[in-house]
Design a protein around this ligand. Structure first.
Ligand code: GDD
Ligand code: MN
Length: 783
């Protein structure tokens, strides 16, 4: 019962023949549509192996109701392999497809056969493996599970993982060669290939939709390498396995495959570059003709002095070159520089090259004694190579993924941020680009240009621009019904801390409030599931206290250092920004993990980003100086010393979510001691400290704007959230002129916890507000 898979030329190459025992796919085994997995088996003279292979596949693939498997042989054999496949099919419960390629279609070898298998596959996942049983079919269920459950696009069965360097099935020499080839691939290929332990494996599984089959140029054995190199952004996971011995017959690998592999590597790595270089050279040659023509025209017809017309002609031919380079040589490339910047750089480069030509000629001819015509050729050729290198690698440098898609942050699933610039403070919330639109979008560019665009319907706009126009600090914020658009001036691209602290963070604070969460100005430590806020006026010594506390209480964990996210029902969500430290802070901790260079820089950073530095800045702001601009420039030149808590306290853990159990206010003024705070007082203090956190411009100018959402004032909302979160909780004022609060914290914590146990066993809270949902998977990035 054979069926011709009658060749949709797309699916099966014309001239080859394909058969399948399967009844029309949807009717197979009386079941249901699409197979779950297609297994592509390239074969070349494997007649002795097919039967055993199909038998192993029978037992290896689990019988799950509703799951079907499709086995595709893509055969380039001259022996009986096709016959054996058809015979084996009678005994198989799986759909078996056989594609037999006639001799003239086998030029692309193993890889081409695999791609043909991909085209014929109808399942969402396709597994590729050898047909000689060196790849154990028993691993397929594991690969499929990994693929379906982990959300990756590809699962590679690697031969080298987990110290399994013993590649059983390869002879000692081939094993060595194989390792050498792998190393070569890793050396020259980009990260997508480098990060895979075994990019030359022949055993892998891939999501059919993740492949771009038309971009593949298969050439012999290394089809996985081809896929990895031509499919940027492919998410890959690896599973180790033991490369077995060949069941029967012999390997088809040999010197020819090695040569093919090297040429494949060259193509993948330099193919595009050499094509671009060819185009660049051609444009250069045409430009040379344009140059000559212009020179003749200007001098002879225009009567201009020939040296002057040479200079003019160069500008003309450079313009000609620029247009072609832009439109042809680098067509389709998303550069990281703007076209106007590229133009300026290109003109600069060409004029410099022209200026270099004479001295080069002189050095080669007079200096070394080479014939002047040969010298001229050498000079021109090497300048062309040089110019190409600069154009390709710098002027038209490609925008990285970050630049194209921006950096994405997801703060506990409550608020998401997409930013043109990396925001180091949000690093721990960094995620891959999300499918959904971000809550806050931060764009770096011209504020003046943004000003001319109309805000989105329903959005309100605020702008703050300091003198100096486009070179200074400026921002425009559009608050829309469900998203916020921020434009920050170009200066801020290079001063991301200022961008975050003075623009993004205030926006986030009020966006959280609007969504029912309070981002309060308080540090927080957790004792088991319970956590305690520690708040203080700016520059009291909150950071030092937190670090010393964590150092001396190894069982406690870190929640936040500066800001903490609260829900009305008293849940705490971590907000782990890097900590701004000073030399003083560093002395306070036991074993900070900073390099000598970081410590050295800290001496200067400390000075500048100290209390004094900030006060000076604020004073300037009050005097009407462009304080935000100056602040940005200072932070551009000397970035503030910010380190994640793990760098400062060895072995500390971060508690993603916890339950609020109390609050401590630390204060230097007054005589040492501890005062119990009324809930009302506690609330006022923390609110005051919150406002105190945002002293720098433009905050005060845009405060009211940020607090207003859809005509409603969210400041009241934030206050209610905090009040509700603190309701019924103990609060203390810890006074210590000698700043040894960290010694008093454990006592207060003890009291709070024991008091709660006494009050009621299950912790029941009287919340004045409806519960806010807490996201369950508070996913945070590890270091
Ligand atoms: N259709 C087709 N066409 N199949 C081929 C061809 C071809 O030109 N050449 C080889 N095959 C089939 C073989 O029949 C076998 O099923 C599978 O591809 C692997 O070929 P072998 O000849 O057994 O290769 P190997 O064991 O030396 O190489 C294996 O290990 C390499 C890593 O060192 C393969 O898995 C390679 O893909 C892998 O790179
Ligand atoms: Mn083999």
């Amino acid at each position: 019962m054979l069926r011709e898979l009658n060749g949709d030329p797309e699916e099966v190459n014309a001239g080859s023949w394909a058969t399948s025992a399967a009844a029309p796919a949807h009717a197979l085994n009386g079941t249901r549509g699409r197979p779950a997995l297609s297994i592509v088996l390239p074969t070349k003279d494997e007649a002795e192996n097919v039967e055993a292979l199909v038998a192993r596949l029978e037992t290896a693939l689990p019988d799950i109701p509703g799951r079907r498997y499709q086995v595709i042989f893509v055969d380039d054999s001259d022996d009986d392999t096709p016959k054996v496949v058809e015979a084996a099919r009678e005994r198989s419960r799986h759909e078996i497809v056989l594609i037999h390629r006639p001799r003239e279609r086998r030029g692309d070898g193993l890889g081409g056969a695999v791609v043909e298998g991909f085209r014929a596959a109808t399942a969402p996942w396709v597994c590729v493996m050898d047909a000689d049983l060196q790849h154990p079919p028993e691993l397929i269920p594991t690969l499929l599970r990994e693929g379906e459950q982990s959300g990756v696009d590809m699962v590679v069965a690697s031969r080298y993982n987990e110290g399994r360097s013993e590649t059983e099935g390869l002879s000692a020499i081939r094993s060595l060669v194989s390792k050498g080839l792998t190393a070569a691939a890793k050396l020259v290929m980009p990260a997508g290939v480098r990060n895979v332990a075994d990019p030359l494996s022949g055993f892998f599984m891939v999501r059919r939709d993740a492949l771009k089959l038309d971009t593949l140029r298969p050439k012999g054995f290394k089809i996985l390498l081809e896929i990895l190199a031509r499919t940027p952004g492919l998410k890959v996971r690896e599973v180790p396995f033991e490369f077995g011995r060949r069941h029967a017959g012999q390997s088809k690998a040999g010197a020819k495959e090695a040569m093919r592999y090297l040429s494949q590597l060259w193509q993948l790595r330099f193919g595009d570059t050499s094509r671009r270089f060819g185009k660049f050279g051609l444009v250069g040659a045409l430009g040379f003709l344009v140059n000559m023509g212009l020179l003749a025209l200007l001098t002879d017809v225009g009567g201009i002095y020939y040296l002057l017309s040479a200079i003019i002609a160069t500008q003309g031919s450079t313009l000609f070159n620029l247009v072609l380079t832009e439109a042809w040589v680098f067509r389709g490339r998303e550069g990281k520089r703007r076209p106007s910047v590229r133009a300026v750089l290109f003109f600069g480069m060409n004029n410099l090259a022209l200026a270099l030509r004479a001295p080069m000629l002189f050095a080669l001819t007079t200096g070394i004694g080479i014939n002047y015509l040969v010298s001229n050729f050498i000079a021109l050729a090497s300048l062309t190579i040089l110019r190409f290198g600069v154009a390709d690698g710098w002027i038209w440098a490609e925008a990285g993924d970050e630049e194209k898609k921006g950096c994405w942050y997801d703060v506990h699933g409550i608020v998401s941020v997409q930013s043109d610039v990396r925001l180091p403070e949000l690093e721990r919330f960094r995620v891959d680009p999300l499918e959904t639109a971000p809550t806050v979008r931060v764009h770096v560019g011209s504020v003046a240009a943004a000003e001319r665009t109309a805000p989105a319907p329903g959005a309100t706009r605020a702008r703050y621009v300091e003198k100096l126009g486009r070179f200074g600090f400026g921002t425009q914020i559009d608050i829309g019904p469900d998203s916020i658009e921020v434009v920050a001036s170009r200066l801020l691209r290079h001063s991301p801390h200022v961008l975050y602290t003075n623009i993004v963070e205030p926006i986030l604070r009020w966006t959280f409030a609007d969504k029912g969460y309070a981002l309060v100005h308080a540090a927080c430590v957790a004792v088991g599931e319970d956590s305690f806020l520690v708040t203080a006026r700016t520059d009291t010594g909150k950071t030092t206290t937190i670090l010393k506390t964590l150092d001396s209480q190894p069982t406690w964990s870190f929640v936040s250092d500066d800001l903490t996210l609260l829900t009305p029902d008293g849940r705490v969500l971590t907000y782990p920004k890097p900590l701004t430290i000073s030399r003083h802070t560093l002395h306070a901790v036991k074993r900070p993990n900073l390099t000598w260079k970081e410590r050295f820089c800290l001496v200067f950073q400390s000075r500048l980003h100290s209390k004094g530095g900030r006060e000076f800045g604020l004073m300037l702001a009050q005097k009407g100086f462009p304080a935000a601009t100056m602040n940005s420039i200072v932070q551009l030149l000397v970035p503030p010393p910010k380190y994640h808590v793990e760098r400062l306290v060895t072995g500390v853990s971060v508690q993603p979510t916890s339950r609020l159990a109390g609050m401590m206010v630390i204060q230097r003024e007054g005589t040492a001691g501890q005062v119990v705070l009324e809930p009302k007082e506690a609330l006022e203090i923390i609110l005051e400290n919150c406002d105190d956190a945002y002293g720098f411009p433009p905050y005060h100018r845009i405060e009211t704007f940020l607090q207003t959402r859809r005509g409603e004032n969210v400041a009241g909302k934030e206050r209610a959230i905090i009040a509700s979160a603190l309701a019924d909780l103990p609060a203390w004022l810890l006074k210590s002129p000698t700043r040894d609060w960290f010694k008093r914290l454990p006592d207060a914590v003890e009291t709070a916890l024991s008091r709660r146990v006494a009050a009621s066993a299950p912790h029941v809270r009287r919340s004045t507000m409806p519960a806010t949902p807490v996201p369950v998977n508070a996913t945070l990035r590890p270091e």
